[in-house]
Design a protein around this ligand. Structure first.
Ligand SMILES: CC(C)(COP(=O)(O)OP(=O)(O)OC[C@H]1O[C@@H](n2cnc3c(N)ncnc32)[C@H](O)[C@@H]1OP(=O)(O)O)[C@@H](O)C(=O)NCCC(=O)NCCS
Length: 210
């Protein structure tokens, strides 16, 4: 399963990507917002390359389950620059409910941020989730994670509210914001156009190359 808009490509993870995943997983922001943590919000140790291989093996099993059931729970894509083939991040389906509601998440390696990869990946993944039958797609974002809020907005998601004290990080409760997209409404919001507008707003020298 490969998705692309000509600038960004999403494809399943391969074991060869394990080192990239392990290095990215050591980034404090990815550990904070994507990594697993215990019930008091203390993060689990960073992934070794061997741990990352096990995560990728699990993704492969989730893809096989998708082929059998049509439900992509736990299916994850590596995000690459299409032209360069450079690995830049991850996006994946955290959950698919029995009511066909999908939740997904994403991260971008620190040195690839600010180039639009996350927004483009979120748009590609959302379109694919609707294509495979999602009735609603949502994201949860810890309040204060402004970079991620900007991705959700650029990708055409609607802010639905804040669940107070819904999360915990290092012993302190934190608020969690909800963003969602519904198929018809999302198509009318035209997130692709939003992305192009974001690109135009940036001075040419600031723009990353894909
Ligand atoms: C959240 C996160 C994925 C956002 O990454 P990002 O690189 O800021 O987001 P994008 O890839 O959409 O890039 C956006 C920037 O690129 C610019 N850009 C350039 N070309 C663009 C394009 N074609 N489309 C959209 N934006 C583009 C935008 O204007 C924006 O720049 P600005 O920040 O100066 O306004 C990243 O900060 C991250 O991985 N954080 C840690 C983990 C995390 O928080 N995950 C999310 C959990 S909910």
């Amino acid at each position: 399963m490969t998705l692309s808009d000509g600038l960004v490509t999403l494809r399943p993870w391969s074991r060869d990507d394990a080192r990239f995943m392990a290095e990215a997983n050591a980034d404090p922001a990815i550990r904070r917002y994507n990594g697993s943590h215990d019930r008091l919000g203390h993060p689990t140790p960073p992934l070794s390359t061997t741990d990352a291989e096990a995560v990728i093996d699990q993704f492969a099993l989730n893809w096989r389950a998708f082929a059998a059931t049509g439900t992509p729970s736990g299916a994850a894509f590596a995000i690459l620059g299409t032209r360069s083939g450079e690995l830049v991040g991850c996006c994946g389906v955290d959950d698919w409910s029995k009511e066909d509601v999908a939740q997904f998440g994403y991260w971008i390696a620190p040195d690839a941020r600010g180039r639009g990869y996350a927004t483009r990946a979120a748009i590609l993944l959302t379109r694919w989730l609707f294509d495979v039958g999602a009735a609603r797609v949502f994201l949860t974002i810890v309040a204060g994670n402004e970079d991620s809020v900007a991705v959700a907005r650029r990708a055409g998601f609607v802010y639905e509210g804040t669940m107070r004290a819904h999360g915990v990080w290092q012993g302190k409760r934190c608020d969690v914001m909800w963003f969602a997209a519904l198929p018809l409404e999302w198509a009318m919001r035209r997130p692709d156009e939003e992305t192009q507008r974001a690109t135009r707003r940036r001075p040419a020298g600031d723009r990353g190359t894909f």
